[in-house]
Design a protein around this ligand. Sequence first.
Ligand SMILES: [Mn+2]
Length: 362
Amino acid sequence: MKTRIKKIYERIDEDVDGILIMNSTKPHVDMTFFYVTGLFHGEYEGSAVLIRPDGSADILTSVLEEESAHKSGLPVTAIKKSDEREGWLKENLKDIKRLGVNSSELTYSAYKKIKEFTDADVVDVSDAIAEARNIKDDEEIKRLSDAADIASKVADKMPDVIQEGMREYEVAAEISYRMKKLGATGDAFEIISSSGPNTAEPHFTSSDRKIKSGDFVLLDFGALYQRYRSDITRTYVIGEATDKQKGMYNTVLKAQEEALKTIEPGVNGKDVHNAAAEVIDSSEFKGKFTHGLGHSIGLSVHDGSGLSPNVDIELEPGMVFTVEPGVYLPGYGGVRIEDDIVVTDDAYELLTNARKTELIEI
Ligand SMILES: [Mn+2]
């Protein structure tokens, strides 16, 4: 993982002679720990990794994770008691003059611990970490693509599984079960399984509502696979679709197609968003696309960047984003279509590939 460590240092302007990634208890475990160690088994609560400009690294962990940590091929110190942790910090930080930390993930209590054991200037290198993590290497793209395959297979299966009368949470459970049967270690995030008017709330999650004829059913989920995540959304209709429902679906589909056409290195993420927004805003659903078009995805489901009017980012090969336009009519329902893409040298490649070319009637 030397290359990844160097990739972070290349993006730091000032002199930093060590970066300490320090985990607290879940959910305050910094995914950067897994980025620089390449590990994917284990929890690593309370663990730390010190990375240096030459690409070397040292892991501090508990005996619970000692075996797993050795798979990284890096030097590992496994401790039984917390005072041994303090000894490790003292010893490893003693020659460091400027120490980098990841302010977007480091808890304040971990920060105080660091300050206690070093006289080094502590500097925030979170931007460099986010930028490095934003450009995925081949191994990461492989894992993202496998995570996307699992989600796509389940998405294609769901129209056969959903039935009138099922509750939203039952559908969510089916999705989760099916992804795990295909090798996922978990859900990439809390599944959104909404129906009827609930589909108008973009981040609804799920309820005990029973699915009825005439409903939209919106499923937004992803697989967690070897620490990497996918994120897909498909919207179906129960029974025969009305013209209005078809109109919403086709507008969103068109918005996604137009956005995808703009993706290539050098393009600003805002313009990708705008391409989708223009389609929706020139339709009868003007103003009903209420969120950003997409977010970067990787070890975290929101991996630090996005395709949005608020984010200024120039696309580069290896960046992975969701592309997820939607139209939401409060009290009525919503449609969203989401796929994951990787930016390539000349355009993009789709990672998810579930059916979507017309509104599926269940
Ligand atoms: Mn998403």
